[in-house]
Design a protein around this ligand. Structure first.
Ligand code: 1HN
Length: 381
């Protein structure tokens, strides 16, 4: 074997089976020839390359919020935040993805922690990102000079190549979760990154209740006439919990009044959208909020592509493939591609979940599919 071939050797084994040639010394020599020239014949690989349906490498896995917060707060004491490391963000590493900081093959998910008075420095990158706040407040994220408040239940998208920094103006530490399409950008070799200024201006370090983006874009069904063009990512930088919460309770109330409003009985859901075109807020990431009425159970469904869920409030049970967990506030879990998922709220409390997934990527290439695995009517409480 030549030196460069040692980098990523090809290893072929003669195998028995339909469509396979009879083993012989000549065939063995042919296979060694393929290996030397870095060639892989299709008949030895087709089962792996073209499975009948997605077989995710990712595992259905759960991370407990209590442990995430405990470790993040220890990091808050021990690890500075500043230029170089950029963010005190601690990523979920799916146990089946080789120790990489990848929650799924396409998605990065992390808990980020900022101490009182701390600033996370300005930078920008091509990866699309968002923040979601499961508890706490006091941090403003400054996107393109616009200071945006972050509070419990708020969803803050941040499209690629926007400058951003964070500052904690409060007296308490704050944690939130980050989602980015880092693994997707990594595999597709499409990343760009730039450092920004070391210091934000005094004007940017203010703490307004409402950001410029919300004053311009945050009015239901209304867009500024000065901005008629659709943009691929949303210009609205904060989706507030008061609005999300009302949309979900309205769906469940409408259902009680006999309207068709929910995904299935007792299962309300909303999707965060870009007000300029009605599509997903970010070009590569779909984000949703789900609410299961107390005692309700969702359909069992599967999709092409992967998702990460975080319990926002309440208690329940989730089943992902063969795995089943009792969950409560902050717990995060992965739904791998084409693995069935079922959500159920405990009998005495609603269950709210935030979800982010990579569906827009697969929709764009016409490869997205969903399948419901239980018949309608079997999914009641
Ligand atoms: C980033 O900029 C943030 O701005 C979070 O909060 C996580 C992970 C890798 C690279 C940049 C943020 C990140 C990140």
């Amino acid at each position: 074997m030549t030196q460069e071939n040692a980098l990523s050797p090809v290893r072929l084994k003669m195998q028995a089976g339909p469509g396979q040639p009879d083993p012989s010394p000549e065939l063995e020599r042919l296979y060694r020839g393929f290996e030397q020239e870095l060639l892989v014949p299709l008949w030895t690989e087709i089962g792996d390359l073209m499975p009948p349906h997605p077989r995710s490498k990712a595992t259905a896995h759960l991370w407990r919020w209590e442990r995430l917060v405990d470790l993040a707060s220890q990091a808050g004491r021990l690890v500075p935040v500043g230029r170089g490391g950029e963010r005190r963000a601690i990523a979920l590493a799916n146990p089946s993805l080789g120790g990489k900081p990848y929650a799924t093959p396409t998605l990065w998910a992390a808990i980020q922690y900022l101490m009182p008075g701390e600033n996370a420095p300005e930078h920008r990158h091509s990866q699309h990102a968002f923040r979601f706040v499961v508890e706490g407040e006091g941090v403003w994220t400054v996107v393109g000079g616009d200071a945006v408040r972050m509070s419990r239940g708020d969803f803050l998208p941040q499209a690629g190549m926007n400058w951003h920094a964070h500052h904690n103006a409060a007296t308490e530490p704050m944690a939130w979760i980050d989602g980015l399409d880092i693994p997707f950008s990594y595999y597709t070799e499409s990343q760009f990154f730039e450092f920004g200024r070391h210091q934000l201006s005094a004007a940017e370090l203010t703490t307004p209740e409402r950001s410029v983006s919300e004053r311009l874009w945050g009015h239901p069904g209304l867009r500024p006439a000065s901005r008629p063009e659709p943009t691929p990512a949303t210009p609205l930088l904060a989706y507030r919990w008061v609005d999300t919460d009302r949309a979900l309770s309205d769906q469940l109330a409408l259902e009680r009044e006999g309207h068709a409003a929910t995904l299935s009985p007792g299962h309300a859901a909303v999707r965060f959208t870009n007000p300029t075109n009605g599509r997903d807020v970010l070009p590569t990431i779909r984000t949703e909020m789900h609410r299961l009425r107390a005692g309700a159970r969702s359909r069992t469904w599967r999709e092409v592509g992967s998702s990460v869920f975080q319990v926002f409030e309440g208690r329940g049970t989730v089943q992902v493939g063969e795995r089943r967990w009792s969950v409560s506030r902050g717990d995060m879990f992965v739904m791998p591609s084409w693995v069935p998922l079922c959500l159920q709220a405990d009998a005495d409390t609603d269950l709210d979940l935030f979800r982010f997934g990579d569906a827009p990527i697969f929709e764009a290439i016409h490869a997205h599919r969903t399948q419901v695995d239980d018949a309608p009517g079997t999914s009641g409480a």
